[in-house]
Design a protein around this ligand. Structure first.
Ligand code: S3P
Length: 443
């Protein structure tokens, strides 16, 4: 990230029109690099997200012995070291802003006999790592962490590690994945039970690389994921679909800006990720999914989105994991909807790149929205389609999704919304501003 903040004001837009694609899925990109680095031979990744978070994972895999090369045309080639073959990194692993890199790599390192130090930016250094340290300690890894179980931290892995059966106390795909990745180089069966389903990209990709993995769904809906350790992974060609969490921003912009009609092609629509589309449909959004197909073992479709009058909602907290990263922009949609929206059960939003409940409440109020902050969510009284007043500068607190959410809010404000710093956007969505601008209507 450059050293000077990039402020930017987004002002009232005219109709957005056009057909776009968004960059590759961040979750799938991280996992494709990690698993390729553990397969013996050459894997190829097409459509990898080349955002700062994923590049941090690529650098870490290189530092631990894999050959990771970006070839012509943006196809990445990875020559893996084999499960159990990771090597001692010579320097601290720089994780930047990326919680996914940190937690998943902690899992990988935990079952290798090597020591790694993880460091990150001010946002990442505030985020809790105890949720992965706890199960990985049971598997035999040791940690020296900063107070509160935070970064910087040093992990001493162990081989062989001890397989565990672990019931997730928080609905977190990162914790689930960290344990499964540790289980790859652990003898016996490692088992994770998730009472509430979270994104299942790790399970799909592990199976795709040839690991013996089973998923059993219990009567109460809990998923039991069992992985046989000491796996041999076979190299793959992976095609990464567009990120639904990135598509969320042009999707909400197209719904809110009068007269808009936007097609977003090649969007991942895995049911464990597609909660925002369902929510916006319930709010009355005009969204059509066309050309449903499968890409790289993941469901994908094109979204045709037209400007709509939205109505407030009270979404069931049980759907939170399927749209956990989309709440900030969903709050913007609610701020323009007709009537009241009540969002509850969202404690996890307080430990994302920023405290997304407080950051959104403060920012939305600053630009004229009616918002009440609860311990576990927000109550938002929408304008019924009237423009927001605008204002700022809104504090993004090193959080890419806060910056992009308020950019969307600016497009439906009479006075414009000033964002204090757009730099964090490059962690997940390089080219966000030019892509929005390509839809016209933006001054
Ligand atoms: C992710 C899981 C989610 C999500 C994050 C990416 C992943 O985090 O918020 O952006 O790739 O596994 P949690 O597991 O903490 O919910």
């Amino acid at each position: 990230m450059n050293s000077t903040a990039q402020t930017r004001t987004f002002t009232k837009a005219a109709a957005l029109k056009g057909t776009i694609t968004v960059p590759g899925d961040k979750s799938i990109s991280h996992r494709s690099l990690m698993l390729s680095a553990l397969a013996v031979g050459e894997s190829r990744i097409e459509g990898l997200l080349e955002g700062e978070d994923v590049l941090a994972t690529a650098a870490a895999m290189r530092a631990m012995g894999a050959d990771v090369v970006r070839g012509d045309g943006g196809v990445w080639r990875i020559y893996g070291v084999g499960v159990g073959g990771l090597m001692q990194p010579q320097q601290a692993l720089e994780m930047g802003n990326s919680g996914t890199s940190t937690r998943l790599l902690m899992g990988l390192v935990a079952s290798h006999a090597l020591t790694a130090t993880f460091v990150g930016d001010a946002s990442l250094s505030k985020r809790p790592m105890g949720r992965v340290m706890e199960p990985l300690s049971t598997m035999g890894a040791e940690f020296t962490a900063s107070p509160g179980g935070r970064l910087p931290l040093t992990l001493r892995g162990i081989s062989p590690a001890v397989p565990i059966e672990y019931r997730l106390p928080v609905a977190s795909a990162q914790v689930k994945s960290a344990i499964l990745l540790a289980g790859l180089n652990t003898p016996g069966i490692t088992r994770v039970i998730e009472p509430v389903p979270t994104r299942d990209h790790s399970e799909r990709m592990l199976a795709g690389f040839g690991a013996a993995l089973t998923v059993e769904v219990q009567a109460d809906g809990a998923r039991v994921i069992s992985l046989e350790g000491e796996a041999e992974l076979r190299p793959q060609t992976i095609v990464v679909p567009g990120d639904p969490s990135s598509a969320a921003f042009p999707m909400v912009a197209a719904l809110l800006v009068a007269g808009s009609q936007v097609t977003i092609e090649n969007v991942g629509l895995n049911a464990t990720r597609a909660g925002l589309v369902d929510l916006l449909l319930e709010m009355g959004g005009n969204i059509e999914v066309i050309n449903p197909r499968e890409v790289g073992g993941e469901p994908v479709g094109d979204l045709v989105v037209a400007a709509s009058t939205l109505t407030g909602v009270e979404p069931d907290p049980a759907r939170a994991p399927s749209m956990i990263d989309e709440y900030p922009v969903a709050f913007v949609a609610a701020a323009l909807a007709k009537g009241r929206s009540v969002f509850r059960g969202l404690e996890e939003l307080r430990v994302k790149e920023s405290d997304r409940i407080t950051t959104m409440a403060e920012g939305l109020r600053m630009i004229g929205a009616q918002v009440e902050e609860l311990e576990d969510g927000l109550v938002i009284d929408g304008t019924g389609g009237e423009l927001l007043a605008g204002g700022g500068p809104v504090a993004t607190k090193l959080d890419h999704r806060i910056a992009m959410s308020f950019a969307v809010a600016g497009l439906v404000s009479s006075g414009g919304v000033q964002i204090d710093d757009m730099r964090p956007v490059s962690t997940s969505f390089p080219g966000f501003v030019p892509l929005l601008e390509s839809l016209g209507g933006i001054a």
